[in-house]
Design a binder for this molecule. Structure first.
Ligand code: ADP
Length: 601
């Protein structure tokens, strides 16, 4: 339904009231004026008749009809009234405006009958004689109590009607002027009433648009001022609520985004309600674009979609595992539960995700490590057991064989020992590095390198290899000297192991511009194929197992170097060209006291 403006409702209804009242007033006024005027005319006619009565009686008693006619005409001229004398039997004896002979019997006229009945005869009707609306008044003419007839006075009503019409016109004109003024006034009043309402309406619209700082002006009328105050209070409360809700929201957001666990929520139609940063990262979801989209659009993972379906249909919380394959494979542990409103009506589902890829990788590394260790230990033990059994089976009786076999057993035992030694030192370094138990202090790099070179000199000599050392004496590093020495020994002895006889190894240390000491051990050996480089520092990773074993390698040397570098808050890098040689570089923080050493960029 089309709504009408309050202003028009008020204005039109007040106009209606005004016009109705005015019309009633005009009608009543003209009606009462008319009846007052007619009453006056009628009284006047009666009075005139009563005054004329004696004069008429005199002529009548004389029986002089022409005199009676004359006196009627005289009176009529003087009083501008028609005068008629009617005998008791109804015969017209004289008439001031007409010939009585031409007039019919008047006994039946209402005013005559009334007068004859002893009342004031009075009548208003159309006169056929005068052809006009006429008012008649009649009084009896008596002579000593004997009624002779009736004296009738009459006037045409046209003058009265003209003055009534004039009067009515004046009233109407006055009414119109009043109506005009009232129309204007009611326009102003309607405006005055509706303007504050309009202001309230505009204010309410501003509230609805979110401008809750705005306050409505308080109008003077009681009801509207109450309304404005109530609305202002409502806006203030609403603002307070919004602040509260926004605060709660940002708290919730802060909690959600700081969570390591991924949280993602869908409604009953499986459209995304919310997702935190962790979940977005795990599922590769764009938070800004994803809200409101369906699960199929947001998460292209059938496992999660099924899990959400399953949670939506189950009453209790659900648990499961999903795998996400991107550039890498990731494993998520998922917990799902139904989101409910305050009436326990289901709203959707929330899924909390734990990325346990790293844990799983660690577990794999551990399992692999155990398998590797067992394998590494099993080889020498199997060998020892085999030779011991051979000896027991009789080989012990052949002295030469026995000595050879026992030599092998001894070497295998050494190998076992080496593996266990390496494992133990690896675990010590690892633990020490993690728990920051390894004591680091400023020490001379050169001293450490000299000592390492000395330790490897014997092996180098056996292969006629030279070890060249280049290191400024004042070079200081924040280090644990025995550990650093062990790392350098591992790298030099690898250089010796994986090079041909007669080649040389260069050990060079210098301070770089970033405040680190770079210790490079460069050989001219076999080099390493690029595909092995990423895994080179893993435990038991060897390129050529047989060769490594033959050379007494455990496959743990570089793993130990890596952990020693980490325990120094540093790192190790490798560059290698197959067939030309390798360069391993240990990078550890420099000491502060050494300032004059040359920088290497
Ligand atoms: P290993 O005890 O077998 O030497 P490492 O951890 O020290 O174990 O080294 C892992 C593997 O890396 C070795 O088996 C070897 O194949 C390769 N490697 C290490 N250092 C060198 C080097 N300087 N030149 C060529 N290959 C090397």
């Amino acid at each position: 339904m089309r709504k009408k403006k309050l202003f028009w409702q008020l204005y039109i209804s007040s106009l209606l009231v005004i016009f109705l009242a005015l019309a009633a007033f005009i009608f009543l006024t003209s009606y009462s004026f008319k009846s007052i005027l007619l009453d006056q005319v009628s009284d006047d006619l009666l009075a005139r008749a009563a005054i004329m009565r004696d004069e008429v009686l005199r002529s009548w008693k004389d029986g002089d009809m022409p005199a009676l006619q004359r006196s009627c005409s005289d009176i009529s001229t003087r009083s501008a009234t028609r005068v008629t004398v009617i005998r008791a039997d109804g015969v017209v004896l004289a008439d001031s405006w007409h010939d009585p002979a031409m007039m019919d019997n008047h006994r039946g006229r209402p005013e005559i009958r009334e007068a004859m009945a002893g009342k004031h005869g009075n009548s208003t009707r159309f006169s056929r004689t005068l052809q006009k609306n006429t008012m008649y008044a009649a009084v009896t003419v008596s002579d000593n109590g004997r009624v002779l007839g009736v004296l009738r006075t009459a006037v045409p009503l046209e003058t009265v009607e003209a003055s009534i019409t004039g009067l009515q016109l004046q009233v109407l004109l006055g009414g119109l002027v009043i109506a005009l003024v009232a129309t204007l006034m009611s326009l102003l009043i309607s405006r005055r009433i509706t303007r504050p309402i309009e202001t309230l309406k505009q204010g309410a619209r501003r509230f609805a648009e979110g401008d809750l700082d705005f306050r409505l002006p308080v109008p003077r009328s009681e009801e509207l001022s109450d309304l404005a105050v109530v609305m202002n209070n409502m806006a203030a409360q609403l603002q307070e609520r919004i602040v509260q809700i926004t605060q709660q929201h940002s708290e919730q957001d802060a909690v959600l985004s700081s969570m390591v666990e991924g949280v993602i929520a869908f409604d009953m139609e499986e459209r995304l309600i919310n997702v935190n940063h962790s979940a977005a990262r795990m599922l590769r979801v764009n938070i800004d674009k994803a809200k409101g989209k369906s699960i199929q659009e947001v998460v292209r993972n059938i496992g999660l979609q099924r899990f959400v379906d399953q949670t939506l249909t189950s009453e209790n919380t659900t648990e499961g595992y999903i795998t996400i394959v991107d550039d890498v494979e990731r494993f998520l542990q998922v917990h799902g539960s139904i989101l409910r409103d305050e009436h326990r009506k289901p709203l959707g589902v929330v899924v909390v995700m734990n990325d346990y890829t790293e844990l799983r990788n660690l577990e794999n590394v551990r399992r692999e490590f155990v398998a590797n260790v067992s394998h590494e230990l099993k080889t020498p033990i199997t060998s020892i057991k085999g030779f011991v059994e051979t000896l027991l089976d009789g080989a012990i009786n052949d002295r030469e064989d026995a000595i050879r076999f026992l030599g092998i057993v001894s070497r295998q035992a050494d190998r076992l020992n080496a593996i266990i030694e390496d494992l133990l030192s690896l675990s010590r370094i690892e633990q020490g590095g993690e728990q920051e138990h390894i004591e680091l202090r400023e020490a001379s790099v050169r001293d450490v390198l000299v000592s390492a070179v000395q330790s490897c000199q014997r092996d180098a000599d056996l292969k006629q290899m030279r070890i060249e050392l280049e290191c400024a004496a004042e070079l200081q590093a924040v280090t644990n000297p025995p550990l650093l020495e062990q790392a350098v020994i591992n790298l030099i002895s690898n250089g010796i192991k994986y090079s041909d006889e007669g080649q040389s190894i260069a050990v060079h240390a210098a301070r770089s511009a970033d405040g680190m000491i770079r210790i490079a051990i460069k050989d001219q050996g076999y080099g390493i194929e690029p595909e092995h480089l990423p895994r080179l520092f893993e435990r038991f990773y060897r390129i050529d197992k047989a060769r490594s074993r033959k050379l007494g390698g455990t496959g743990l040397g570089l793993a130990i170097v890596k952990h020693i570098a980490q325990a120094h808050h540093g790192r190790v890098e490798v560059q290698s060209t197959p067939g030309k040689g390798s360069e391993f570089t240990l990078i550890i923080p420099a000491g502060k006291s050494e300032v004059d050493s040359p920088d290497v960029t």
